[in-house]
Design a protein around this ligand. Sequence first.
Ligand code: IPM
Ligand code: MG
Length: 361
Amino acid sequence: MSKQILILPGDGIGPEIVHEAVKVLACLRDDFGLDIDLDEALVGGCAIDAAGAPLPEATLALAREADAVLLGAVGGPKWESLDIAIRPEKGLLGLRAGLDLFANLRPAILYPQLADASTLKPEVVSGLDILIVRELTGGIYFGQPRGVRTLDNGEREGYNTLVYRESEIERICRVAFDVAARRNRRVCSVDKANVLESTELWREVANRVAGEQADIELSHMYVDNAAMQLVRAPKQFDVIVTTNMFGDILSDCAAMLTGSIGMLPSASLDADRKGLYEPIHGSAPDIAGRGIANPLATILSVAMMLRYSLDEPELAARIERAVEQVLDDGLRTPDILSPGATEVGTEAMGDAVVAALRAAA
Ligand code: IPM
Ligand code: MG
């Protein structure tokens, strides 16, 4: 039976970059026999404009039925003044919660071809290959109570709650240990156990899970130190497992080690490996509509989709090789441009990846 893929282009550069990733999917379908059906729906700001809500019921229903979801990006200045409860970002958070996508895998890989693009010294980042496993459906992003209240003296107070249940910590740690078993067998759990009880529990549960997996080395690090170590000596890490908010922050930091956030894909998985795949960069409203956004992170997200949700590791590897090929050929969107390279726009980059896929067929 065909696998159902739901496409959610979203806002800003989302539609442009997703358009190129869909070309890659269509090429795999037409030339490599991948049995897929594509459907499309609204999420984010465009859904607010067209349907009055960032995550229309119809979109969530289609996402529930799909085998995998590909998302571009959501948000932009047009919707920033809306109440936080109905902003475009709520569409993404609603998908994560509604599909129980608790495990967010964010690889940070430095392509040798892009060593110059990093702001860090080449010797610090060359060969970098780390994977951040971010808890995605719990913690302070979803904890109750939350809100803004007025105190007796009339002053307003904003509050959020950082909560983690043992079962939530356990399942994300298991994912981290599972992926580490297929990498360099080292997991660093990042917390703030010296200050926050919820992450003191996190550390205890991580140790318990480690007890079940004797062949994986577990270490612990406070989040402030982890932020420092990521820019001081990032290659010390293999897999990092951490809370929703710490993972949000550290994954942007890790992305910049690689030179461009425009290169990094992500997978958000449920317990059955159904997933939502998206580039980790945002909707980049400043360059939207100009045809210069880098589509490679979205195309690499398709590779992750093939590997994790569609069980097609060989096709995933083909996409990754095709991306390497276009980088070897010197093609660069402006965000990764370096002297001597050939500057191309979004479409030309997507076409080049498709051509490289076909050439290697
Ligand atoms: C991310 C983004 C989102 C997050 C926003 C857009 C809600 O920053 O995926 O990292 O904070 O999780
Ligand atoms: Mg983020």
